[in-house]
Design a protein around this ligand. Structure first.
Ligand code: NAD
Length: 518
């Protein structure tokens, strides 16, 4: 498919398409800035997109509030049915959407398709969930009383997404939020507006046909002031933010100040530990996928490799040989394993990070160069380093893997935990006790801890997210849905007396305690 054919199929225009919408009505604002979307594999512009104005933003929030009033009364399984239809439309457009992701953010096509598959999986999960928004019932301590808890939607929720998962992260949030009865306002990354526009077109079509327009709203902007307005907007009870730690910290502060809820999915600094009993073939494949996949631009990318010293001489040659075979190039070509970084700034950060690592004493074992060709291509790189170096403590969004050695597993776990972030972690071992130690309370401190699986590529069925400066949020599977709802505890008295909790008597009893119950 040519780019023109792809755009046509996904209802995109190369010249100045509308920049925001709620329901199916696109805005016509032309005075609030223009974003240029680039193909990172060539550096060439793909399309230009109008930004939304403050007035567009306000109108959209008002419209989403109105829609919420009716959407929340639609039975949850019926809301699930609508998400099923979105999943169906995504299946039909999987190939085109996967190609668009490759084109706009530089993921290889298999990963672009995989991202769309993740949305489809989330839709399926949300459909099932729409019949399983369970609350507990409790035995009341009072006779002829019934106690239970129920879950209600929050209202309009805000979703701010990062460039590297330009659509899947929205789906994690939006599908669950929608079956829970919320409407959803999405601010995508200004580095990937086309992916967001394509998804919004698809949603509009499905929602309009199903008779429920206006549940999902999108606004595109590259103006930080407008993003900040969204974060501070009391009409949005929940802000789900995916991105870097500094911006996430700011979001948490602003939302916390207004006593709203934030759901934070921030940076990782993920390690794989390889012990003396590890299957090195398995470990090598997982390390290469984790460190090189998506050109190191996943929150779960493997950034540190902590190797038992007896394995170092065996593992490193295997890794170097695997790295040599990594094909770099146009991410839409089937044989290519690694595409470009997102932009020139990312290339500059790759370069400066390696400068700092070298100055700290780091030995570059392979890679380390920016490729002299159009686009933003770099070599996947392995650096012998020390865990405590400041540069190793930071997340650099690039295919740089720091390697270090350890003697005892305790030491390895301490090293793995000794970074500010706490997203994903993995141990390669065939030793039962090592595996259990890694997963014990004294083991990995991350939100994700894997055995004989790398750090990236999580399934949607589990709750996804991390601890410490990764922000503590959980999205996607398990009981993550609770973040999108408010819990209400209800007690019903079906008797003829009014007994108080804790046995308190009030007013009528002789010699009883005078006081109030909670
Ligand atoms: P970023 O922090 O630069 O931007 C993320 C989003 O925040 C974008 O939409 C951006 O426009 C918006 N934004 C910027 N300033 C803002 C402000 N002041 N107020 C509100 N919104 C603002 O991140 P990025 O470069 O797009 O993405 C890469 C980062 O995202 C990495 O650190 C990566 O680890 C993280 N990430 C985390 C997860 C996760 O699930 N933990 C998933 C994907 C990406």
């Amino acid at each position: 498919m040519t780019t023109q054919q792809l755009f046509k199929r996904l209802s995109l225009a190369q010249e100045l398409s509308g920049g925001g919408c709620s329901s199916s009505a696109w805005t016509h604002t032309t005075q609030a800035g223009v974003m240029e979307s680039h193909n990172p594999a060539t550096g060439m512009p793909l399309a230009r997109v109008y930004g939304c104005s403050d007035e567009d933003y306000d109108a959209m929030v008002t419209s989403l509030q109105q829609t919420h009033r009716s959407w929340r009364t639609v039975p949850a399984p019926k809301r699930g049915e609508v998400i099923r239809l979105i999943g169906k439309a995504l299946r039909e457009e999987k190939d085109a959407l996967g190609s668009l992701i490759s084109l706009e953010v530089g993921k290889i096509k298999a990963e672009g398709d995989g991202e769309v598959q993740e949305m489809i999986d989330m839709a399926d999960f949300a459909v099932g969930l729409s019949r399983m928004l369970y609350g507990h019932t409790m035995h009341s301590e009072r006779p002829e009383h019934r106690m239970y808890e129920q879950w209600h939607p929050l209202g309009v929720m805000g979703v701010i997404t990062a460039f590297n998962f330009p659509v899947a992260v929205w789906a994690w949030n939006a599908f669950i939020a929608a079956v829970a009865g919320n409407t959803v306002l999405w601010k995508p990354s200004p580095k990937a507006p086309l992916c967001a526009l394509a998804i919004q077109h698809l949603c509009n079509r499905v929602m309009e046909d199903a008779g429920y327009p206006g549940v999902f709203g999108l606004f595109t902007t590259d103006r930080v002031e407008l993003a900040e307005r969204m974060v501070g907007d009391e009409r949005l009870p929940l802000i789900s933010f995916t991105g870097s730690v500094p911006v996430g910290r700011h979001v948490a502060e602003v939302v916390g100040r207004r006593l709203g809820r934030s759901l934070l999915e921030l940076s990782g600094n993920n390690a794989i530990i390889v012990d003396e009993t590890a299957d090195l073939d398995l470990a090598t494949r997982a390390i290469v996928f984790g460190a090189v996949g998506t050109a190191g631009q996943r929150c779960t990318s493997t950034r540190r490799l902590i190797v038992q010293e007896s394995q170092y001489e065996k593992l490193i040659p295997r890794l170097l040989s695997a790295y040599e075979q990594v094909t770099i190039g146009d991410p839409l070509q089937p044989h290519v394993m690694m595409g470009p970084l997102i932009d020139g700034e990312a290339v500059a950060r790759y370069r400066s990070t390696l400068d700092v690592a070298r100055k700290a004493g780091g030995e570059v074992l392979c890679g380390g160069r920016v490729l002299s060709r159009p686009g933003y291509f770099v070599e996947p790189t392995i650096v012998r380093a020390q865990n405590h170096w400041e540069i190793v403590q930071q997340e650099t969004f690039a295919p740089i893997l720091y390697v270090m050695t350890y003697r005892t597993l305790d030491e390895a776990i301490q090293m793995q935990n000794a970074v500010p972030q706490g997203l994903s972690s993995a141990l390669f071992t065939t030793h039962l006790r090592h595996g259990e130690a890694f997963l014990s309370t004294a083991g990995s401190d991350c939100g994700i801890a894997n055995i004989n699986i790398g750090t990236s590529g999580a399934e949607i069925g589990g709750a996804f997210g991390g601890e410490k400066s990764t922000g503590g949020g959980r999205e996607a599977g398990s009981d993550s849905w609770k973040a999108y709802m408010r819990r209400q505890t209800t007690t019903i008295n079906w008797g003829t007396e009014l007994p108080l909790a804790q046995g308190i008597t009030f007013g009528r009893a002789e010699g009883g305690t005078h006081g109030a119950s909670r």
